[in-house]
Ligand binder design. Structure first.
Ligand code: ADP
Ligand code: F6P
Length: 319
């Protein structure tokens, strides 16, 4: 392929810029022309193509968000929208597309491949909710941002001997809550994949008190409930003073961690190498510390398994 395009779609994630940089520099390095598409799949419909050069991606590896902007695009879900996107890609002489995004964006990339347009997906989402890859771009940075918040909240909770419910992102996937709950020393971790009753939560907090704990942290994934509602329920059954914090979009921003810059760079290069060989219809991932790619349809249909062993480990070490 002589000319490829790259875009970012869906929720942004720290490390997307590192991936864009790698696609542009590696692509140009092997003799390709690289176009950026602004505002994700919407940009394909709006003909928002911009030629990229080595300097277009200077000074971005350390920045959160995405220099190409991102968007959600309902029209892209229609046959007409997808045809228009392919028309614009062909009009610009583009032969292959790299989509950096989450499972929704991958459905978009799959639609392109279904129409015979070679597309590669790079997993970019803080949620870590894709089954075929151990880690997605942005997850590590988001975990570190959440941990920083937990540490700060813990200082004041322990000083005042209170319990804090910290609500973190994760619509369908509890990985952000699980990893940060475990590494932040939370007494209770609540995730959508593993049901906990109010009685079980109250018992855990009470058990902590019996063992001399005077404060506590509950990390709650948004997909499992809301902090303020949980506070109301818990307050009916315990006399501990409960405070809530919803971390919100602070979790999605910020300078990417070393790990996310590394993943972004390696995912980006891997994706271009596939297009270089004329291979489309793949998604790039990391499994057991090795970068790999798999069929887009197969990868998108895999169901993520919840790591119950890890959850149980977190429970045991939080007592
Ligand atoms: P993420 O990629 O972070 O999961 P979304 O779920 O919001 O984000 O999806 C991003 C975009 O992907 C959507 O706005 C839409 O343009 C496209 N998309 C999602 N599902 C499909 C689908 N089934 N077919 C085609 N495009 C889709
Ligand atoms: O990027 C994924 C995610 O962070 C979810 O965890 C969250 O529910 C959602 O995006 C919120 O995104 P937005 O505010 O852009 O709709």
């Amino acid at each position: 392929m002589k000319k490829i395009a790259v875009l970012t779609s869906g929720g942004d994630a720290p490390g997307m810029n590192a991936a864009i940089r790698a696609v542009v520099r590696y692509g140009i390095g092997v003799g390709m022309e690289v176009m950026g598409v602004e505002r994700g799949l919407q940009g394909l419909l709006d003909d928002a193509f911009i030629p990229m050069n080595m300097r277009s991606v200077s000074d971005i590896i350390h920045r959160g968000g995405t220099i190409l902007k991102t968007a959600r695009c309902l029209e892209f879900k229609t046959e007409a929208g997808q045809q228009k996107a392919i028309e614009n890609l062909r009009k610009n002489g583009v032969e292959g597309l790299i989509v950096i995004g989450g499972d929704g964006s991958f459905m978009g990339a799959k639609a392109m491949t279904d129409h015979g347009f070679p597309s590669i997906g790079i997993p970019g989402t803080i949620d870590n909710d894709l089954a075929y890859t151990d880690f997605t771009l942005g997850f590590d940075t988001a975990c570190n941002t959440i941990l920083d918040a937990i540490n700060k909240i813990r200082d004041t909770m322990s000083s005042h001997e209170r319990v804090s419910i910290i609500e973190v992102m994760g619509r369908n996937c509890g990985d952000l809550a699980l990893y940060t709950g475990m590494c932040g020393g939370a007494e209770v971790i609540i995730v959508p994949e593993h049901n906990l009753t109010i009685d079980e939560i109250v018992d855990t907090l009470g058990g902590g008190q019996l063992h001399g704990k005077t404060s506590g942290i509950i990390v709650l994934a948004e997909g499992a409930g809301h902090a303020d509602e949980l506070k109301v329920e818990l307050s009916k059954r315990t006399d501990m003073i409960i405070k809530t914090t919803r971390l919100g979009h602070i979790q999605r921003g910020g300078s990417p961690s070393c790990r996310d810059r590394f993943l972004g760079t390696c995912f980006g290069v891997h994706a271009v190498k596939l297009l270089e060989k004329g291979i489309g219809n793949r998604i790039v991932g990391i499994r057991d510390n090795k970068f790999y790619d798999m069929d887009i349809v197969e990868g998108c249909s895999m169901k993520k398994k919840f790591d119950l062993d890890l959850y149980n480990t977190a429970v045991i070490v939080s007592r």
